[in-house]
Design a protein around this ligand. Structure first.
Ligand SMILES: Nc1ncnc2c1ncn2[C@@H]1O[C@H](COP(=O)(O)OP(=O)(O)OP(=O)(O)O)[C@@H](O)[C@H]1O
Ligand SMILES: [Mg+2]
Length: 328
């Protein structure tokens, strides 16, 4: 890593071991044998760190782990994240299961219940993130963490700002709303999360851009709204960049949003333009959608994905080819 690169830290308070099974068909009361299975370290923050490693961007991944599943998590994470820092607690890290059914094509997901965080473990991991982030970037993701107060991200945004660090938030509901009031550097809601935040339906691109601008007016520097297969918009007080996702054969969208967040923080931390940041984010998000189960984008596919990702400024009168796909 170039010495002048600011540090990036991701936080995963409720990590999991992701188990994905490829099956022909799930049938009630019958045993089904998997055609293939995969084990991955999971949780949004870990996925962001996995995406950063694929972008050859070193990052620190902080996670709270428990028990034997926590030990398995550590082993699985070793080749996939640059540097894992853990805080150990009682109880077992959860296991999340994804079933990828072939006929008819469908995906089933069960999310497990993680151990409840106690105040001392939360304090330890908080101190760890603040120390490692320095004046760089902290990525705070996830919204369901037993034992974590809803103003936790908001308090972190404030503490990180005091030390000159920028915070990226990917959360929803009350945790996102409170974090927004603390004015983070960037948030990455999908359309439903933004609708919930501003308590309004957003049924066309203009409404999405205006809603994102309203959030920027509250002091959030950048709002990236992801729109699934339709792409995404990246908005600040002065600018709105619109991007169309490259077409891919979708295998599983698990981790698509996390890949996008990893790409955004990488791009902003090295000083990319907003246009380039959004292009990379879309290429990584869609690259992940093209991969099965919990597998993230293949970095070797990025040049092709980037060449097929269209971005343009909202003010431009000439939309990129395919803008018409941005109908929601
Ligand atoms: N069906 C798809 N086809 C192509 N690209 C996709 C598709 N779904 C997602 N993507 C890519 O991934 C990005 C993020 O997807 P999405 O808006 O679904 O995020 P999200 O809802 O936060 O996802 P997550 O479930 O990972 O939290 C999109 O902007 C797009 O680039
Ligand atoms: Mg998401």
């Amino acid at each position: 890593m170039a010495l002048d690169m600011p540090p990036i830290v991701t936080l995963t308070l409720n990590p999991c071991v992701d188990v994905s099974y490829d099956i022909d068909r799930l049938i009630e009361d019958q045993k089904v044998h998997a055609n293939a299975n995969r084990f991955d370290p999971g949780g949004n923050g870990i996925n962001v760190a996995r995406a950063l490693k694929r972008l050859q961007r070193p990052a620190h991944a902080c996670a709270v782990l428990g028990g034997e599943i926590g030990a398995l998590f550590t082993r699985l994470a070793a080749p996939q994240v640059e540097q894992l820092h853990d805080v150990r607690i009682d109880g077992e890290t959860r296991i999340n299961v994804t079933l990828q059914q072939q006929q008819p094509r469908a995906q089933f997901e069960v999310s497990g219940i993680g151990p409840t965080l106690n105040a001392s473990a939360l304090q330890q991991v908080t101190d760890m993130v603040l120390r490692l982030a320095g004046n760089g970037y902290a990525v705070l993701t996830g919204s369901r963490m037993p034992g974590v107060p809803t103003d936790y991200y908001a308090e972190m945004v404030n503490a990180l700002r005091r030390q000159g660090a920028r915070t990226v938030i990917d959360a929803q509901g009350e945790m996102l709303a409170q974090a927004v009031a603390a004015r983070p550097f960037l948030i990455k809601p999908n359309r439903a999360e933004l609708e919930q935040l501003i308590q309004r339906r957003l049924d066309n691109p203009r409404a999405v851009v205006e809603a994102a601008q309203a959030v920027c007016d509250q002091g959030v520097e950048w709002v990236c709204v992801s729109l699934g297969a339709d792409g995404a918009v990246l908005v600040s007080e002065e600018q709105a960049v619109l991007g169309v996702a490259p077409h891919v054969k979708v295998a599983s969208t698990v981790g698509a949003g996390d890949s996008m967040v990893g790409a955004l923080v990488h791009a902003f931390s090295r000083g990319d333009t907003p246009e380039d940041a959004l292009r990379l984010a879309l290429a990584c998000g869609s690259g992940t959608a093209a991969q099965p189960g919990t597998e993230l984008f293949d970095p070797r596919a990025l040049p092709d994905l980037l060449s097929r990702t269209q971005v343009s400024n909202w003010q431009d009168e000439s939309p990129p080819q395919g803008r018409s796909r941005l109908q929601m």
